[in-house]
Each structure stands twice: as C-alpha cells, then as structure tokens.
Ligand binder design. Structure first.
Ligand code: PLP
Length: 395
C-alpha cells in the first residue's frame, strides 16, 4: 500500500525520463506527453537551456531570504513588467498562492484608499483558482468544497461570462451581482479545468468596462494560459488591461514558480510586511523563470506557437468532421486545446493511452491537450493520427 495520501486517483504507470514532447518508462516505453505536468512543462521535458541554467545556478546559490535583494528576482520582475500591463510583481511558488495573493491585493487596495467595505469578489461557475481555502470557496465547486467548511466568505458567484461558442455571450448578467461591496471580478481568461472555455474578446472588453464604471478591479487568472496561446497573455487579443494577473504553471517550465502581476495604482496597500513567502522568488526559481523567458522572447517564438496552434486545431477539426459522433467541438487558443467529447472522455483517454499518448481531462466531458510550445509539426501529426485511430475505435 502506498504511504502517499490518496488525494489523487493515480494511473498505475510511472516515468523515469523525459525529453521534449515524450516521456519514457523504466522499460523504455515511449509516450507522447500532451499533459506536460498539466500545462506546466511549457518547453517540454528537460529543455537544454533550462537544464544548463539549473546546473549552473545550483552550484552558485539556491536560496536566500527575501530579506535580501535577489538580483535575478529584480531582473525577472523587470522583464515581466517591461512587457506587460504590470508595474510590480510578487513571486510565489504556485498558482493557488498567486490567486490568493491577488485576492489579498484587491482587498488591501480598497482598505488603503478608505473604502474597506469594498471587499467582495465576483467569481464564475465552473472556475478553478486553486486549493487553498480562499481559492476553493472562490471557485465554489461542490466537489472540491465538501467537508472543508466553514465557508470562506467574500465571494459572489455568477454564471460563466459568455458561452464558449461565442453566440450567447452575455457579461451583462454580471451587472446584477455588483453591489457597493464589490472589490473585484476574478475570472480565468480561458477557463481551464472548467473545460477550455475561451472568454470572447468582446466579453472581456465588457468586463473591463463594467469594472471601470463601478470602481471594481479586474483580476484575470492566467495561471494555466500565460505564454501558451501564442500571446504572452491570452487577454492581449482583446486589447484590454487588467489590474491584477496571477500566473504560474508554464512560467517555471516545470519548476515550482508562481507570480502575481499588479499595477502601481493597485499595489499601494502592499507595503513591507503585508505579504510574504519563504521560498517565493528564490535564486534557483528565478534563474529558471528567466531562462524560460529567454526562449519565449526569442524572435518569432510566440508567433510560431500561434501557427502551430492554428495547424493543430485545423487538423483536429478535420477529425471532428470525420467523426461527428465522437468529437463535438474543438476549443481553445494556441496550444491550449480542448476536445469536447460526445463519447465518454475517460474511455477515450484510455484508448489514447493504448496508443501511447497522454492527455488530461476537464469538466464538461472535455479532454485537454497541452503540447509543449517546442512541439514539432510531425509530433502534432503523430497526435492527430493517434486521436484519429481512437476515434475510429469509438465511432
Ligand atoms: N488557477 C488556475 C486557472 C489553474 O488552472 C490552477 C491549477 O490548475 C490554479 C489556479 C492553481 O494552481 P496550482 O495548482 O499551481 O496551485
């Protein structure tokens, strides 16, 4: 019997090595890995630049307290702010810590400007923001919160702002949930665990407008979508600027790293002592975070991600047309993709595993595909033929 607490329904398989888009078992079996640590190993397994960076940094310095200036932390924060809406970054170790920090920053802002009554946050059905108590009750997923009461108050939940099929988007319904106590609206730009549901651009614009009209902050959770859609952030296409953005997963390329990006205006409450993290932003994590950015900022890198995403979605759509009883819809942006299945997603994933391809599920009977951003077109073709073979079996 395993001594590991049984909080995961683990598959009876383990891997000993990884390279790029592939994982290998001890006996040498090769799997096409489109889980990538659930959208985390954004540059694939054991990317050369990351390996070298970790080797080099591990001989210099791993960890010092945030009581001291950490030059690589300054550098990563500068690179993140120079290239985004944000003026400041606070580093964490995970997505859930980043969303938790976002909630704290929003509340502290209104406290600081003399409006402490503005302390409630509007969230959306089907959301996922992590597993701390606040993040759990923010998302309010009945499966996740059961038995973890008392309820963490401060969240008002509304239906998802806009249908993923873009025809019924109606952020207007959110208006009714706004009160004099509303501090922020928090939503994933692309709902990940909820089933790869992309918020349409006009809806994001509508949310921004609502926030501006009602003195509310906009928190866009990009923990799963940052760097992955062929844009730095998924919301950029809508041409809007949020106030706070939590990020994690891909930004560390597989090394635990989270961050919360914030504007100068909203940061005013966060003075010395208001937040902290022993590990957050340590030299080893910062070296890796900078190394990931080195690659992301390479000329045409994100543009190529966009192209690969378009190619993959186009080929997936062909399969969908061929097997309309198996796949109902292709969702997503860039290399953050969901297959809305018309057959049982778990069964389909088992078939894919027989074809040595790893995928991860989401709500709404969706299967998520997270190729690493360095995936080649021939690896995408390999995925396509495995998916097609599974479709033909389940047709
Ligand atoms: N926010 C979103 C949108 C996520 O997808 C996740 C994780 O899946 C989290 C927050 C929590 O991140 P972590 O598991 O790193 O704590």
């Amino acid at each position: 019997m395993s001594s590991v607490l049984g909080t995961y329904a683990r598959k009876a398989i383990s891997f000993t090595t990884g390279k790029g888009s592939y994982l290998f078992t001890e006996s040498g079996e090769k799997y096409l890995d489109f889980v990538q640590g659930i959208a985390t190993n954004i540059l694939g397994h054991c990317h050369e630049h990351l390996v070298k960076t970790i080797q080099k940094q591990s001989k210099k310095l791993w960890h010092v307290s945030n009581a001291f200036v950490i030059p690589d932390q300054e550098r990563l924060a500068k690179r993140l702010t120079d290239n985004t809406f944000a003026d400041f970054v606070c580093f964490q170790n995970s997505g859930t810590e980043a969303t938790e920090a976002s909630i704290k920053i929003a509340r502290k802002y209104f406290h600081k400007i003399g409006k402490p009554e503005k302390n409630r946050i509007i969230t959306f059905q089907g959301a996922f923001h992590g597993r701390t108590l606040a993040a759990l009750f923010a998302a309010n997923n009945p499966k996740h919160i059961e038995g973890f009461g008392p309820i963490v108050d401060g969240f008002d939940q509304v239906p998802f702002p806009g249908s993923h099929n873009k025809s019924k988007a109606d952020h207007e319904t959110i208006k009714d949930a706004i009160t004099k106590n509303t501090a922020a609206i928090m939503v994933e730009t692309i709902m990940g665990e909820g089933g790869i549901k992309v918020i349409p651009d006009f809806c994001l614009k509508g949310l921004r407008k609502l926030c501006d009209e009602n003195e509310i902050l906009l928190i866009l959770d990009e923990v799963q979508s940052a760097y992955r859609t062929g844009n730095f952030f998924a919301f950029e296409l809508a041409g809007i600027k949020p106030d706070i953005v939590p990020i994690a997963k891909g930004i560390g390329g597989g090394f635990p790293l989270g961050a919360c990006l914030v504007t100068k205006k909203v940061s005013v409450g966060m003075t010395a002592g208001t937040h902290g993290s022993t590990f957050g932003g340590n030299p080893l994590a910062m070296a890796v975070g900078n190394a990931v950015l080195d690659i992301i900022f390479e000329k045409n890198f994100l543009q190529n991600v966009r192209k690969k995403g378009e190619y993959f979605q186009q080929e997936l759509n062909k399969i969908k047309e061929k097997y309309p009883k198996v796949i109902g819809e292709i969702r997503g942006l860039g290399l953050m993709i969901g297959l809305k299945m018309l057959v049982d997603n778990t069964e389909f994933m088992k078939k894919l595993m027989n074809y040595k391809m790893l995928t991860v599920k989401a709500e709404e009977n969706v299967i998520r595909l997270f190729p690493p951003l360095i995936v080649s077109n021939s690896e995408l073709d390999e995925a396509i033929s495995k998916i097609e073979a599974a479709c033909s079996e389940m047709n």
